[in-house]
Unconditional design. Structure first.
Length: 557
């Protein structure tokens, strides 16, 4: 069984209530449809021969018709509810997994979003498609059995055409699955390009390249249209072959039934029933419809499996005991950049990490808070490997401020208080003051209660909100990944006073690109070509011309 089929099976288990209801009604409805021709035939014979059964068969026929009609309503309701429940479960699972993967998902954001919307919706129909496809097989199989009960020669005439129908269905499933997979892949590429363009809309507007971007985004539309047309061509091909073959099958059954009627081996009602069964058994339209849905569901599930295959961070069960936030790297190798890094950050100290662009500073910061995993070696906090800590324990102990912080929450206050435990109002204001964000926040229409959507911010203002969020939450370690790069010199100095003064006692690791920041730190770790070249006070390292060149070079970060 493929991984995509396993995912569909797991989805079906989470919708078993509605799926069972759908299966019971769909199979019951198919059985009723199978009984209709026999009931109609009996009613005709009763009318012709005037037997004692009178209105029994006509009334039973009417009851079956009513059940079939009512079953359609229940099938639609149960099928829709099952698909909705399955889609919701898949989206919850995917969102949780993507967020657990960490900072570097392998697929573009637009591709992930597209799969999360269309892929889950397609896969959500999987259980219903299997059930309804299985139910759709009941009338053809039942028709063959009913024909055999009426007269074996009728069943033989009908069975002669079944291999052709089976080959037709097999080709349909094979071709449809391949086409749908290509269609969804092209759709994902278009979605990814669109998300990239939305993110860079200001750059596109400034460059005057809107027309070129439109062409780039929609470049895949002809290919998408071709895949769509191919789907219709496959369906049209099946329909055209069915139009020729299926009537011939019905004619063959009717011809045999006519001969048997003339020989007195079947009644007029049985001949009418045979004609009905020939049409019912040859009517593969519902089977094709549900098999098409199943093919789309499998293609959608395969695209979801590719996301779920990305390894997610797994957390341990340990908690932190006493400690002052000592951070230790032991032989850490990661990302093809860092190579055997050994580094100890004393608890409560401020460490500045410096190095040229590409030296691995941001990767070091990600490893320090376990937003990324080392390929070898380990990172410890107060003697406990980060990988063995509970998720909540780790996230409460380590705080981050980023170069381009993403802000969450409805209001500015909620954005600052955002965390494992929302910060109290007083703490939010104190943190904003420390990050020098309080002044511009108070100028907003509703102050701290202003909606984020109504708060246009410069890069420096956004960074100050990100810093305030990091300051607002207690913890042992604070990691700043170029979190002051967009601040002017005066504001950065003011923020540094809080960083190196009010926050003393927390271990602070600062990815620094300015000599002044490094000078205020207790220690400086100098990253060079993926290794710690030196570690010590800034004034000691400053004697080395190569160290000074890190700050003087145009490509220093």
């Amino acid at each position: 069984m493929s991984e995509s089929d396993r995912l569909l099976l797991a989805t079906a288990r989470h919708t078993r209530g509605w799926a069972c209801a759908l299966g019971a009604v769909a199979v019951g409805q198919a059985a009723a449809e199978t009984l209709l021709p026999a009931t109609l035939g009996r009613a005709v014979d009763a009318a012709i021969y005037g037997n004692a059964e009178g209105l029994t068969w006509p009334l039973l026929f009417a009851a079956l018709v009513t059940f079939v009609a009512g079953g359609d309503i229940v099938v639609q309701l149960a099928g829709g509810a099952s698909a909705a429940q399955a889609t919701a479960w898949l989206r919850h699972r995917l969102v949780g997994h993507v967020l657990m993967v960490g900072a570097r998902p392998r697929l573009p954001a637009g591709e992930i979003a597209g799969r999360m919307v269309t892929g889950t919706a397609d896969a959500g129909f999987g259980a219903g498609a299997v059930i309804q496809a299985a139910a759709a097989v009941v009338p053809p199989v039942g028709s063959l059995i009913a024909l055999a009960l009426i007269d074996p020669w009728l069943a033989l005439a009908f069975a002669a055409g079944l291999p052709f129908i089976a080959l037709l269905l097999r080709a349909f499933v094979r071709d449809t699955s391949a086409i749908v997979t290509r269609y969804l892949r092209t759709q994902g590429i278009i979605a990814a390009r669109l998300v990239d363009a939305i993110r860079g809309s200001r750059t596109i507007a400034a460059a005057g390249t809107a027309a070129q971007e439109e062409d780039r985004i929609l470049k895949g539309l002809p290919e998408l249209a071709e895949h769509g047309h191919a789907t219709w061509r496959v369906q049209a091909g099946v329909a055209s072959r069915g139009v020729l073959a299926l009537p011939l099958l019905q004619v063959a059954v009717l011809a045999v039934a006519g001969l048997e009627l003339s020989a007195g081996r079947v009644t007029p009602g049985q001949m009418l029933a045979a004609a009905q069964y020939a049409g019912l058994g040859a009517g593969i339209g519902p089977v094709i419809t549900h098999l098409g849905r199943l093919a789309r569901a499998r293609a959608g599930a395969q695209r979801l499996v590719e996301i779920l295959a990305q390894p997610a961070l797994r957390y341990g069960t340990r908690v932190l005991a006493g400690g002052d936030g000592r951070l230790e790297f032991r032989g850490v190798t990661a990302g093809g950049v860092l190579d055997g890094v050994d580094l100890v950050v004393p608890g409560g100290s401020a460490l500045a990490v410096v190095g040229r662009s590409g030296a691995g500073k941001s990767l070091l910061a990600a490893l320090a808070g376990r937003l990324a995993e080392p390929e070898s070696g380990e990172v410890l906090l107060d003697g406990v490997p980060l990988a063995s800590l509970k998720r909540r324990e780790l996230r409460r102990a380590v705080g981050y401020a980023f170069e381009r912080p993403a802000l969450f929450g409805h209001t500015v206050a909620e954005a600052i208080g955002f965390g494992p435990v929302p910060a109290a109002t007083d703490r939010v204001r104190e943190a904003a003051e420390a990050a020098r964000a309080d002044t511009f926040i108070r100028r907003l229409p509703e102050g701290y209660g202003t909606a984020l959507a109504d708060t246009p911010m410069s890069g420096g203002e956004r960074q100050r909100i990100g810093l305030a969020r990091a300051f607002a939450h207690p913890g042992r370690v604070l990691l700043l990944d170029d979190a002051t790069s967009s601040l002017d010199t005066v504001t950065e100095l003011q923020v540094s006073q809080a960083l190196f003064g009010d926050l003393a006692g927390r271990t602070r690791v600062i990815m620094a690109h300015r000599a002044a920041t490094a000078a205020r730190a207790d220690l400086v770790a100098w990253l060079d070509q993926g290794r710690i070249r030196a570690c010590g006070p800034h004034h000691d390292l400053w004697r080395d011309a190569a160290y000074r060149s890190v700050f003087q070079s145009d490509d220093a970060s």
